[in-house]
Every structure is written in structure tokens, then in C-alpha cells.
Design a protein around this ligand. Structure first.
Ligand SMILES: [Zn+2]
Ligand SMILES: [Zn+2]
Length: 348
């Protein structure tokens, strides 16, 4: 009963956000009467397997914290498009590891991006390509200092780390806190226990209602002293089922348990959506639900899109595209919001 109610609320939020963004972007005619949902903030911890990708929305402004692995690009782009998003005010790339920046290049090409927060350490390989693409698209970048702030809708963003220049790329993760009314969320990328300690010693205000568990729930992050300082009521862990690292580690789960924090996991629950009304968080599990807008599983897709022709088909249609040119949707609405038209033959 309670779960059904929560699911209903989740669907309502998605519908409301979709209407707002459709109205803002003019993507959907005739919805100009949709009113913005004032006073709310939503954080979507998108299920991208063993990787991080969090979407934060407040008052019609959106930001992305990290960008999944490279093969997640279609999934992330369709997810954002299904919400009607065509512009990102900010992207934060916490650190240049593939599971945090993998789809970055595709995402900055798919959406208008105002500004990217990233450190200056993007050298070779995928990180070098990303840096070159950012320069090519002429997107403003900033390497934030601890104490710097930014504003997203009604959310205040404060950067907390890295305090020092560490040898380890994980420890060099950008750390930030997002405050919405009386609610706050803390993100530390893959930073380990040493930068966690340094943020405490530096006197950073780490207290947060929601903590996005460090390093996918690794025991080398999420140290006791850090968790005691932050004292989160909720922990969200982004990781893949049966991942090769054993994330989240048992030690981490027992620390959250000792703290009395309620744990949400993308590997078990799919995409997690936390909605703040400025006073409390409500949680809605998206992702693995039957009525979610998108899927990454060809077997269960209700509609199959052709990324080139931008037509969507019934799975039984004789005119399906080659597999590498397919995108998958669970609803017609999601396909149409992503810019697809129905096929004239199978008439989905
Ligand atoms: Zn990672
Ligand atoms: Zn990493």
C-alpha cells in the first residue's frame, strides 16, 4: 500500500517535471498552462551499473554530477530527454575515471551545457578526448576551490574538496554539498578516507541528510569518522549487481547500519529518486519499475527506435533497424518525448 502510493507519487513527479520542461523548451505544444512545481528539488541517482550519474533538478534548472560509463550514453541521454530536459546548467565531473566521465562527450553534444566544474587533470585517452571536446564546443569550465559556491534553482551548491592535491585520482575527487531548504545532500565521488579526514580537519560543514556513498560503497571510503561527522539519515549507493570489486563492501554497509542510516542501492532498486520539499525527503524507486519510460534491455522493450530515422516501431515490425542503431523505450510517450515519430507500417 505504502509502496504503491510512493510509486504513484514518483510517476506524478515525473509527469509534472516533464510538463514543466516541455513547457520551458516548447517541445510540446498546447502545454503552456503547465505551472512550475515551485519549491521542490529532485535528485535522480540514475542506474548506470558500476558507475555514477546523478541528475539534480530545481526550479526548472538541471545539473548532472558525473556521467556513467561510455556505453551508458544512450540510456542517460534518453533518461534526461524523457524528462524534457534539453539544457544542463552545470555538469560536475568529480574525477577523470571512465565510470564517472564515460558518457561525458556524448552528453555535452546532446545538451546545451552552461558550465562544467572539473579539475585541470584531464590528460590522455578518454579524459583527453573529453577535454578536447569541451574546448571544441567552447563550454566554460571551472576548477572549484573548497568554499566556492554556486546556485541551481533554489539549491545552494558548496564545494568542499579536494582540500589538497593528492597523488591518487580518486582522492582528488571534487566533493560538494547541495542544500535545499532544510535538506542537504553530500557527494564525494571516489574520494577515500584521507581526503575525508582532511575535509574534517579543514572544518568543512559535512553534515548532510543524504550521503551519496563514496566510491560506490567501498570500505576504503565512507570511514567511521567521516560518517559520524556527516551523520546522514539516508545513504545512496551507486553500483552494479555482482560487480567485480565487491561493492558495496560489508564494512560500509555495517557502518551505515551502525549509524542508523537507511540505505538505497541502484544495484538492487534501479534508479533512485529523492525528492525534497525543503523539509523532508521522499524516496521513489524508478528504474526497475514496469512504468518507467526507458529500458536498456532489448528483451523487455515495448518499442524500438531507429536512432537515424527517428521512427519508433513495434518489436514485431518488419522494418526494424540494425541492432547498433536501436534505442529502446517502455512507453510511446517516452519515445515521442525523445523526438521519435511512429513508424507508418507497424503503426505503434
Ligand atoms: Zn568510480
Ligand atoms: Zn574513480
Amino acid at each position: 500500500m505504502v509502496i504503491n502510493k510512493k510509486k504513484l507519487i514518483a510517476v506524478c513527479f515525473i509527469m509534472v517535471f516533464s510538463m514543466i520542461f516541455a513547457a520551458c523548451s516548447g517541445a510540446e505544444e498546447g502545454s503552456s498552462t503547465a505551472l512550475p512545481a515551485d519549491g521542490e528539488m529532485a535528485a535522480h541517482f540514475i542506474d548506470v551499473g558500476q558507475a555514477d550519474c546523478t541528475l539534480v533538478i530545481s526550479e526548472g534548472e538541471a545539473m548532472l554530477i558525473d556521467a556513467g560509463n561510455q556505453p551508458d550514453d544512450d540510456l542517460i541521454i534518453s533518461y534526461l530527454e524523457s524528462l524534457g530536459i534539453d539544457e544542463l546548467k552545470y555538469i560536475v565531473f568529480t574525477h577523470p575515471h571512465e565510470d564517472h566521465i564515460g558518457s561525458g562527450e556524448a552528453i555535452i553534444n546532446a545538451f546545451d551545457v552552461d558550465k562544467i566544474f572539473m579539475l585541470d587533470e584531464y590528460d590522455d585517452g578518454i579524459e583527453g578526448y573529453l577535454r578536447e571536446e569541451i574546448e571544441y564546443l567552447d563550454i566554460e569550465t571551472e576548477a572549484p576551490y573548497p568554499g566556492d559556491t554556486a546556485q541551481l534553482g533554489e539549491c545552494r551548491i558548496e564545494f568542499l574538496g579536494p582540500i589538497y592535491d593528492y597523488d591518487d585520482a580518486n582522492d582528488d575527487s571534487i566533493c560538494l554539498k547541495i542544500t535545499h531548504g532544510e535538506n542537504s545532500m553530500l557527494f564525494t565521488g571516489d574520494a577515500g578516507s584521507r581526503p575525508e579526514r582532511d575535509m574534517i580537519d579543514e572544518g568543512m560543514d559535512l553534515e548532510a541528510d543524504l550521503f551519496h556513498a563514496g566510491h560506490h560503497g567501498s570500505s576504503t571510503s565512507n570511514s567511521y569518522y567521516f560518517l559520524r561527522e556527516s551523520n546522514p539519515r539516508y545513504a545512496v549507493i551507486s553500483c552494479e549487481k555482482d560487480n567485480m570489486y565487491g561493492h558495496p563492501h560489508e564494512e560500509t554497509l555495517s557502518r551505515f547500519n551502525d549509524l542508523g542510516a537507511e540505505v538505497f542501492r541502484t544495484d538492487a532498486q534501479g534508479t533512485i529518486i529523492a525528492v525534497s520539499d525543503g523539509k523532508a525527503f521522499t524516496f521513489n524507486e524508478e528504474g526497475k519499475k514496469a512504468d518507467r519510460p526507458y529500458t536498456e534491455d532489448p528483451e523487455e522493450a515495448k518499442y524500438i527506435g531507429n536512432v537515424n530515422s527517428k521512427k519508433y516501431h513495434e518489436p514485431s515490425c518488419s522494418g526494424l533497424p540494425q541492432e547498433e542503431n536501436r534505442s529502446y523505450f517502455m512507453t510511446k510517450d517516452a519515445a515521442e518525448k525523445a523526438g521519435y515519430d511512429p513508424c507508418g507500417n507497424c503503426r505503434p
